[in-house]
Ligand binder design. Structure first.
Ligand code: SF4
Ligand code: SF4
Length: 415
């Protein structure tokens, strides 16, 4: 994107009309998790928008302080829900992160780690190796020792290492499909059973589901990290991969779904792709927008907490559909928690880059969940599942955390 801001003397990825929507009313402040934790205006939505105006007003290198406040944003988009002026904060922040990445002077280590991380996610064979390594580590006695006795940062990262759910998922293309399935990157490698449960659910509803084999990572993490070129390249790959039909594209991970629905914005300034990107985005549906309430039954009465993923609740305004699907399961009592829509602190790789804030949010979320005395926690985003499960373990709880697709596919499993 190369729009030139009315506040700006330099080309920028932030749209001036987006910045102009903020009227500085401050109604978003108390809904911002980082403002609540840090108590600093510069770590609030209003403060960050002001910093972004400063950032794009010149083409100078940003100060470390300014960059730090923008880096500390979870991009949870709770401010979008709170904002009466419809400020598109997620889009603003992704643009600002791209400006930061272009202009800031990063240390070699940080730049290399970011590049390696994003390149691992983007290429399946690399992610497959990383996922297998994480799985082997998470199952090893070493992981348990490090979690318990290791230095803070290592113990924390160790607690989040994902174990694979059985084998990775292999996409299968089918003739005459009325739905396509977007499998994602981490979901496909580490949550294979959830992927298969998603396809089973849809097929049980009478759909024929095709998963294009050429699909790649959605690019959300690249966009959040300011790697706009990487995000746009992945978007083009996916648009091509799903070009064989016009049927809806179903996704079971909140972060991927929110980003796929924004492909029209991601490629808005590329004349060769903008229209195709808008058409692709209009086909994307979260699983809960498509799945029908089923006739499932739990083997015993279960109190279920539904954990709202930010990119479903705030990013896609999807709140009632997953709850309706859960309530339809015989034996489920859905129990609401306080501050249900506040971020759990996962936020992509935020829990690794900002462990202190992330742990505070995790502890708050887990305390709210335990107050509700659930038998099981259900979520629809892999990051939330890992974060909440690690928090529950740390609190000494053995409450299970499962993906919505797996729970609906087999409500007997968690009991
Ligand atoms: S996206 Fe979340 S963390 Fe960032 S400013 Fe908005 S509410 Fe705060
Ligand atoms: S982002 Fe929205 S709620 Fe927050 S200060 Fe700006 S206009 Fe007000």
């Amino acid at each position: 994107m190369t729009a030139v801001s009315s506040h700006s003397v330099a080309p920028t990825h932030v749209r001036p009309e987006d910045l102009a929507t903020c009227i500085s009313c401050g109604l978003c402040l108390n809904d911002c998790p980082t403002y609540r934790v840090l108590g600093d205006e510069a770590d609030s939505p209003r403060g960050r928008i002001q910093l972004i105006r400063t950032l794009v007003a010149t083409d100078e290198r940003p100060t470390d302080e300014l960059a730090g406040h923008l880096d500390a944003c979870l991009v949870c988009r709770a401010c979008e829900t709170a904002c009466p002026s419809l400020v598109p904060f997620g889009r603003i922040m992704e643009g600002a992160r791209e400006v930061l990445r272009e202009r800031r002077r990063e240390g070699v280590v940080r730049r290399t780690v970011t590049r390696l991380g994003l390149a691992t996610i983007a290429y399946r064979h690399r992610l497959a190796r990383a996922s297998a390594l994480a799985d082997a580590y998470a199952r090893s006695p070493l992981a348990a020792v490090v979690r318990r006795f290791g230095p803070g940062a290592l113990a924390w990262a160790s607690s989040l290492a994902p174990k694979r759910e059985a084998e990775p998922y292999e996409p299968v293309e089918r003739e005459g499909a009325d739905l396509c399935f977007f499998a994602g990157c981490v979901m496909r490698e580490s949550f294979g059973e959830t992927e298969r449960a998603t396809v089973r659910l849809l097929e049980r509803d009478g759909h024929t589901v095709s998963a294009p084999v050429e699909q790649v990572c959605c690019g959300a993490l690249h966009a959040h990290a300011g790697d706009g070129d990487g995000a746009r390249e992945l978007a083009r790959f996916n648009i091509d991969a799903f070009a064989g039909s016009d049927v809806p594209i179903v996704v079971n991970a909140a972060g991927c779904g929110a980003h796929l629905k924004a492909y029209g914005d991601v490629l808005a300034d590329d004349p060769s792709w903008a229209e195709r990107a808008r058409r692709f985005a209009s086909r994307v549906r979260d699983l809960t927008e498509v799945a029908k309430p089923g006739a499932g039954k739990t083997p015993r009465p279960l109190r279920v907490v539904y954990q709202d993923a930010c990119h479903l609740a705030h990013g896609q305004k999807i709140r009632q559909q997953p709850r309706a699907l859960l309530r339809a399961v015989d034996g489920v009592t859905l129990v609401e928690i306080a501050d249900a829509e506040r971020c759990c602190g996962s936020a992509g790789i935020y829990n690794l880059t900002h462990p202190d804030i992330s742990q505070t949010l995790q502890r708050d979320k887990v305390a709210r969940i335990l107050d509700a005395r659930p038998d099981v926690v259900v979520s629809a985003n892999p990051g939330c599942m890992l974060q909440v499960a690690a928090g529950l373990r740390a609190a000494g709880s053995n409450v299970k955390v499962v993906h919505l697709a797996r729970f609906l596919d087999d409500p007997a499993a968690p009991g």
